[in-house]
Design a protein around this ligand. Structure first.
Ligand code: AHR
Length: 508
C-alpha cells in the first residue's frame, strides 16, 4: 500500500502542554502498597519506597500525577493519612472493598513525587465529604504557616508548603457506583462553590471539574453541559475518562476506537463552546483527559473477585498484562492527544504501577516495563513542542465504531528550540507494508537523528518477570530522508518514532 503524507512547518495545531503526558495513581490494589512502597523489599530505600520502581518511573519524565483517586477518593478522609504512622487508623475502602492502612498519606506521597520529579495534582473528596474538607485539605497542603491546618502540617515535620496548582473536584460524580454520586446540577453547584473556595485560598489554583465517566454513560453529554452551566467561570478544565479493549478480538475495530475518542474530545469541545457562549464568559475551559488506558483483559474476572472478597489489604487487582496490540493502540491514542492538543491540555495514563499500568512490580520481586510503557515514554520524551497538522493520503477501512479510518496513524511534533521534528507513525494494516512518502514542507533540511521501531511481534506477545524485554523497541531501518522527504517502508503492524534534525533556521 502506498501512502503520501505531508506537514507544513507553519500549519500548527497548538503548543503542546507538557502535562499531556501525566499519570494517575490511586490507593487501590497494589498501586501504592507493594507498588511504589514496600518497606520490606530488598530495593526499598530508608522511607520504604522501591528504588527499582522509582527508576522506571523517572525514565518516563512524567510531568504531573493525579492522586489519591479515583473511586477511592470519594470516601477518603485525608486526615487519616497524616501524623505519626503508628497512630493512623485502618479504614475500609468502600470503593474497592479493601483495607486501607493509611501508611501512605499526602506527606509520604509528596516525598515520593519529589524524588520522582513529578508535580502533584490532587483530588478532593466531593462524594462523602464537603467543601469544608476540601478547603481544609488544600490549606494543609499549600498554606505556609500560622493557621490551624498549615501549622498541623508543620507539626508533622513539613515546614514548607507544597506547590500544588491542580485540584480535581471529586471523581466521576455522574457514576451511580460512586460513593456520594450526585445529579449534574447538584454536583455542578458543589463544584462551583468548592472551586471558588480553593481559588480564594490561592488565585493560581487551577480546578478540574468532573465530566462524564465515559462517553457511553446515559447522561453523556448532557452531564457536561449541566455541570458547566453551574460552574464554568470557576473551573479551568473538565475531565474526560475512557478505557479501551478488544474483547471482540477485532484488531482494526480496536484501533478505530482512537477515532471514537477524537469524536468524544470534539463533542466536549462543542459543549464547552456552547456554555461559554451562553454565559458570555471570557475564560476558556480545556480538557483534562485524566484517566485513559487499556482495561479489558481481566476486567470481568476482577470485577467478580473484588465484589465478593473479604476486605483484603493491597490485593492483586486490575493487574493487566499488556500485549503488543495494546502498545500499538496506546501509540495511536497518544497521537490523537497530540492531534487534539488545542483542546486537551492535560492527560493522565491510568494508572502508573501494577493497577492497569505501564509498570509492574512483583511483591518482594522484580519490576518490569509492560509493552505500553514504550509508546508512553517516547511520547513523553519527544512529544513536546508544537503539534503540526499532518495530512495523510492513503487507504482507509470501515469498521463497527468508525468509517474511513486511515491505516496510517500519524502525529508530528516540532521542537523549535531543539530544531527537531519527531514523527510518530503506526501502520495499522494487518498484512501490508506501507510505502511511505512524507513531505516536510517549510523546512530546508532534515537529517535522521534516531529511528526507533516496535515491529515483528505477535499481537498477543507480552512482557513479564521471566521475559521483561520480550516486547521492546529497537533501532529501525528502512526509513530515510531525501531532501525534505521521508521515504521508506513501514512493516505491517509497526510503530515508529522518527526523530529528525531540521535545524533552527526559517526559510527565507
Ligand atoms: O482507574 C480505575 C478506576 O476507574 C478509577 O478509580 C475510577 O475513577 C475509574 O472508574
Amino acid at each position: 500500500m502506498r501512502i503520501r503524507a505531508s506537514l507544513h512547518r507553519d500549519f500548527k495545531i497548538s503548543h503542546i502542554d507538557d502535562r499531556l503526558y501525566s499519570a494517575f495513581i490511586e490507593h487501590m490494589g497494589r498501586a501504592i502498597y507493594s507498588g511504589i512502597y514496600e518497606p520490606d523489599h530488598p530495593k526499598a530505600d530508608a522511607n520504604g519506597f522501591r528504588r527499582d520502581v522509582l527508576e522506571l518511573v523517572r525514565d518516563l519524565k512524567i510531568p504531573a500525577i493525579r492522586y489519591p483517586g479515583g473511586n477511592f477518593v470519594s470516601a477518603y478522609r485525608w486526615e487519616d493519612g497524616v501524623g505519626p504512622k503508628d497512630q493512623r487508623p485502618v479504614r475500609l475502602d468502600l470503593a474497592w472493598r479493601s483495607k486501607e492502612t493509611n501508611q501512605i498519606g499526602i506527606n509520604e506521597f509528596a516525598q515520593w513525587a519529589d524524588m520522582a520529579d513529578i508535580e502533584m495534582m490532587l483530588a478532593v473528596n466531593l462524594g462523602s465529604r464537603s467543601l469544608e474538607d476540601a478547603r481544609n485539605f488544600a490549606e494543609y497542603v499549600i498554606h505556609p504557616s500560622g493557621t490551624y491546618w498549615s501549622d498541623l502540617r508543620r507539626s508533622h515535620g513539613v515546614n514548607k508548603p507544597y506547590d500544588v496548582k491542580m485540584w480535581c473536584l471529586g471523581n466521576e460524580m455522574d457514576g451511580p457506583w460512586q460513593i456520594g454520586h450526585k445529579e449534574a446540577k447538584e454536583y455542578g453547584r458543589l463544584a462551583d462553590e468548592t472551586a471558588k473556595a480553593l481559588k480564594a485560598l490561592d488565585s493560581n489554583i487551577e480546578t478540574i471539574v468532573c465530566g462524564s465517566s465515559n462517553d457511553q454513560m446515559p447522561t453523556y453529554p448532557d452531564w457536561e453541559r449541566e455541570v458547566l452551566e453551574e460552574c464554568y467561570e470557576n473551573v479551568d478544565y473538565i475531565s474526560l475518562h475512557k478505557y479501551f479493549g478488544n474483547s471482540s478480538n477485532d484488531t482494526l475495530n480496536y484501533f478505530a476506537k482512537i477515532e471514537e475518542t477524537g469524536r468524544y474530545i470534539q463533542a466536549i469541545g462543542g459543549v464547552i463552546d456552547f456554555v461559554k457562549a451562553k454565559k458570555r464568559a471570557r475564560n476558556d475551559v480545556y480538557i483534562c483527559f485524566d484517566e485513559w488506558n487499556v482495561w479489558y483483559h481481566r476486567r470481568e474476572e476482577d470485577s467478580r473477585r473484588w465484589r465478593s472478597w473479604d476486605w483484603p489489604e493491597a490485593p492483586d487487582l486490575l493487574e493487566e498484562d499488556y500485549n503488543f496490540e495494546d502498545a500499538l493502540f496506546v501509540a495511536g491514542l497518544l497521537n490523537e492527544f497530540i492531534r487534539r492538543s488545542d483542546r486537551v491540555r492535560i492527560a493522565c495514563i491510568a494508572q502508573l504501577v501494577n493497577v492497569i499500568a505501564p509498570i509492574r512490580a512483583e511483591k518482594s520481586g522484580l519490576a518490569w516495563r509492560q509493552t505500553i510503557y514504550y509508546p508512553y515514554q517516547f511520547a513523553s520524551l519527544y512529544g513536546r513542542g508544537i503539534a503540526l497538522n499532518v495530512s495523510v493520503d492513503g487507504p482507509t477501512y470501515d469498521c463497527k465504531v468508525a468509517d474511513d479510518v486511515s491505516y496510517l496513524d500519524a502525529a508530528a511534533v516540532h521542537d523549535e528550540q531543539a530544531g527537531t521534528v519527531t514523527l510518530f507513525l503506526v501502520n495499522r494494516h494487518l498484512e501490508e507494508a506501507a510505502e511511505l512518502d512524507f513531505s516536510l514542507t517549510g523546512f530546508t533540511e532534515a537529517r535522521v537523528i534516531e529511528h526507533k521501531v516496535m515491529e515483528g511481534f505477535g499481537l498477543r506477545d507480552t512482557n513479564g518477570p521471566g521475559k521483561p524485554d520480550a516486547v521492546a523497541p529497537r533501532d529501525g531501518t528502512g526509513l530515510g530522508v531525501e531532501d525534505v522527504q521521508v521515504k521508506g517502508k513501514l512493516a505491517p503492524l509497526s510503530y515508529h518514532v522518527l526523530r529528525l534534525d531540521v535545524g533552527r533556521g526559517v526559510m527565507s
